[in-house]
Design a binder for this molecule. Structure first.
Ligand SMILES: NC(=O)c1ccc[n+]([C@@H]2O[C@H](COP(=O)([O-])OP(=O)(O)OC[C@H]3O[C@@H](n4cnc5c(N)ncnc54)[C@H](O)[C@@H]3O)[C@@H](O)[C@H]2O)c1
Length: 260
């Protein structure tokens, strides 16, 4: 397929957030290059997302610049080179307790996927945007990147790094018409959370909910809505922003009305 419609590249597209992001971007009219680390993952995406001629599936490991280059070639020969949006969504969460030395390899892996992976994809895909003097890079960070996360400092550091990188790329690419913004999701009901939170109880869930002013956990469609807004909005004056998508969790829960 060759056309001049806007193409959005999504990494980690077969995951909990990715699937929703793909669906929302397709509904907005984008040609979507859905990428993930293996063909198996992409097959699972195909059974989830409604078939669309505007959807292309491409294997791409964000930890390999060779794999990203190859995918970029496949995407441009399939859709053309009007790559207008990159969503750096691929990520892994692993525990890395700082007192335990055996987690060194895990620390490196988390930083490699979550930070260096986004860096490599931005290097390769933003070139298409700079050429057209128009583009949007959207980085899926985390509230852990601003708050830290006990026993998961590598994850928190990778996301803090991604927030700092977003602001830096916004400075570097803004004058070329490319906006770079980050989203920091709070607590979401996804497989990523469930896998790490097997011991969570109803009481723990209730305690957590009490910390969220909006009174509910996030849903992947919340992320997809904001990604689609950042991808489709006409203004190029929203640049270097960090959108806290957490139901107000980050503003704290101190009830000031009780002070009087
Ligand atoms: N789930 C949450 O509660 C939550 C909260 C805050 C931020 N986030 C962030 O949102 C993003 C998506 O999270 P999710 O819940 O959908 O996770 P998920 O595990 O469901 O999906 C992540 C996807 O990334 C892919 N991936 C992993 N390594 C890769 C690699 N080397 N190359 C390409 N793809 C790779 C996986 O195959 C998977 O499809 C992540 O960056 C995560 O850190 C998630």
């Amino acid at each position: 397929m060759q056309n001049h419609q806007k193409i959005a590249v999504v990494t980690g597209a077969a995951g909990g957030f990715g699937r929703q992001i793909v669906q929302h971007l397709l509904a907005e009219g984008f040609c979507v290059a859905a990428t993930d680390v293996s063909q198996n993952k992409l097959d699972s995406l195909q059974s989830y997302v409604k078939n669309s001629e505007k959807l292309g599936l491409f294997v791409m490991d964000v930890c390999s610049t060779y794999s990203i280059q190859q995918a970029a070639e496949q995407i441009t020969s399939y859709f053309g080179d009007s790559i207008a949006v990159l969503v750096n969504n691929a990520g892994i969460f692993e525990r890395t307790p700082v007192l335990l030395p055996e987690y060194q390899d895990t620390v490196a892996k988390v930083i490699d996927v979550n930070l260096i992976g986004a860096y490599s994809c931005t290097t390769i895909f933003s070139k298409f945007m700079v050429k057209k003097r128009n583009g949007r890079v959207i980085n899926i960070a985390s509230i852990a990147g601003t708050w830290g996360a006990a026993s998961a400092s590598a994850y928190a550091a990778s996301k803090a790094g991604l927030i700092a990188a977003s602001k830096s790329w916004a400075r570097e690419l803004g004058s070329f018409g490319v906006c770079v913004n980050a989203i920091t999701p709070g607590i979401f009901q996804t497989e990523m959370l469930e896998n790490e939170d097997k011991h969570s109880t109803v009481t723990a869930d209730k305690l957590l909910l009490n910390l969220i002013p909006s009174g509910r956990f996030g849903h992947p469609s919340d992320v997809a809505e904001i990604v689609t807004f950042l991808a489709a909005c006409k203004t190029n004056y929203l640049n270097g922003a960090v959108v806290a998508l957490d139901g107000g969790l980050n503003i704290g829960t101190l009830e000031t009305s009780q002070w009087s």
